[in-house]
Design a protein around this ligand. Sequence first.
Ligand SMILES: [Zn+2]
Length: 410
Amino acid sequence: MTNHTVKKYWDDPFIFSFTTSVVRVVDEPNRIGLVFEETYFYPEGGGQPCDRGKIDSHPVVDIQKVDGEIIHYIQKVSDKELYQGSTVSCEIDKDYRIHNMRLHTAGHLLFGAARRLYPKVEYAGFNIGKVGNLYLNTDQQIRSDDLHKMSLMANLYVVENHPIKAYLVKQDEVNNIAGLAVNLELPEGDVRIIEIEGWDVAACSGTHVQRSVDIGPIKVLAREVHKKNVTRIDYAVGELAILEMAADEKIISETSEFLSTSKDQLNKVVQKMSNELRNANKELKKMQERLVEYKFHELNEGGEVINGIRVVIEKLDYLDSNSVKILVTKLLNQSHATIVAIVGGGEQASIVAGCSQDVQLPVSETIINIAKRYGGSGGGKLTFVSTGGIKADTEKLISGVDAELRQLIG
Ligand SMILES: [Zn+2]
């Protein structure tokens, strides 16, 4: 029968060095597991990673809870100093533990905030790394505005400096605790309760800070729909939270300066600009449509007849590539013995060309070859081709298209 290790990290999570005695040594091929009489080392569990630290100057590589025993793993050592009954000195990595405790406690605060925003919310997972990941199961979508509210509520709770208490209750008393949040399945035997004064109460075996102010600033970073009804919320605490806040501040300041407006007017100004841009694009689209109509009427009967084929070659720098495609399609529609090639401008030139069904000439191939010659590319079918990305002067391009199409017909 194994002895249950006394979990001293529950009594005082702010003790970072202690001595204890070894009650069992687990010899594994590549590492040694040590079971202590009592430990302040936190084993991996409930989304919180195990502590880092040293046992008699040997770095801790893993800590796991197995059947009530807490096994502390170190790398294989040759000396025989660690044996059943020996006394060991332990050092816990304080900064790392405090980081984990802050992230862990902040998770409870954000969960409490979510409970105030949604009628139905449950834990769907929890993870602590460089940032915290809180998985929430909600019956409605978590919007970006809600993240802002959660962040604000949790941070206000932090500065109000409430106590955070932990205690054990008997299994049969658990049901009497109103609004108890359960992250994982309830353990057998006594249940550890975390009471965040006036905010939330949960069954939890992790380590927590003792007052809300010890969490420091919380920065909600992002949300992502994990699966149906489950959203993952990423958040930072400590130095990372401060750096993220400063980065946001910098973006806002630089954008305000660029737009010559104050921070509080930024949202309005950007919305106004966005509306104006949308309207300008609509106008531009209408004008392009009118230009296509105008050019269609101008070119529909035009062109030069070579060997019985009407050839229309034009350079239209001011039409976007989509409008050029529409124009070429219109010009070829229901036409006979016709070839159309239009060169469009912009940062990189484009050629859209085609021929009527009765023209059995490889027009597409000729145009693609010209485009490729100048770093462009394109595709289409035998009677219609669209190319782009051409790095050549449009004047030079149009004379090339003209010469090669004449040769093809000639
Ligand atoms: Zn907890």
